[in-house]
Ligand binder design. Structure first.
Ligand SMILES: [Zn+2]
Length: 225
């Protein structure tokens, strides 16, 4: 710990992003209790097969303290949480033995939402995952249309239609022949990730696997973006 981070710790003592308990050391990502008790998805339970010939790996089940932490990260301006979440996702990628990846990318916010929030939460996670896994982080998609919030009444087909055409390729990056790992904060129906995969494959990506911090069950409703 250097002098500056020691000073910052005095001003803003580091807290566990999940339960907000004070952490003993600034280099801890979460408290020992959450490490023990959070709903971790391990082994096969952490993997879901998507329709667009891809797999989605998730570190945690989207429930309880995980929902609250992700809401604070996305909706209460606590962007610093990426410093804990990113390494947890990289750990998930290592535990799940995700291989054959040339670059990390993310499901981006629209420009309007980015202006409103000031940061793209999935991009911050992608940057951390890239750093931890020593892989390049690439901007490959743009969100060109905001999707209306998904309601509980909608079935899978409606969700899919809702998100169709919401993303376009970022022409600055050539993804031809690349094997990508697509990062997002939460996966619910998978419709968003599948639409991103579809676009990336249209742009010539060889394969796309997905990595999210959390996965919601079919019964839970995610607050979008
Ligand atoms: Zn905790």
């Amino acid at each position: 710990m250097n002098l500056w981070s020691g000073f910052l710790d005095l001003l803003f003592p580091p807290k566990c992003p999940f339960c907000r308990a004070l952490l003993d050391r600034g280099d801890q990502m979460l408290c020992p209790r959450c490490q023990m008790t959070l709903p971790w998805l391990v082994g096969p339970s952490g993997k879901r097969t998507l329709r667009e010939h891809g797999s989605c790996y998730s570190a945690l089940s989207y429930e309880g303290l995980v929902v609250e932490a992700i809401h604070r990260y996305k909706f209460s301006g606590l962007r610093c949480y990426h410093r804990a979440f990113g390494p947890l996702m990289a750990q998930c990628a290592a535990d799940q033995r995700i291989t054959a990846v040339d670059g990390i990318t993310w499901a981006p916010l629209s420009r309007a939402r980015l202006r409103q929030r000031g940061y793209d939460q999935a991009r911050l996670l992608a940057q951390d995952v890239g750093r931890e896994l020593s892989l390049p982080v690439l901007s490959t998609l743009k969100k060109v249309r905001n999707v209306p919030p998904q309601s509980q009444r909608e079935n899978e087909g409606e969700r899919r239609r809702n998100v169709a055409g919401a993303y376009a390729p970022d022409r600055k990056t050539d993804v031809k022949g690349m094997r990508l790992l697509l990062v997002d904060d939460v996966v619910t129906s998978g419709a968003t990730l599948e639409e991103c995969i579809r676009q990336l494959k249209l742009s010539g990506a060889e394969s796309v696997q997905c990595l999210t911090l959390a996965r919601a069950g079919s019964g839970e409703k995610e607050r979008k973006n």
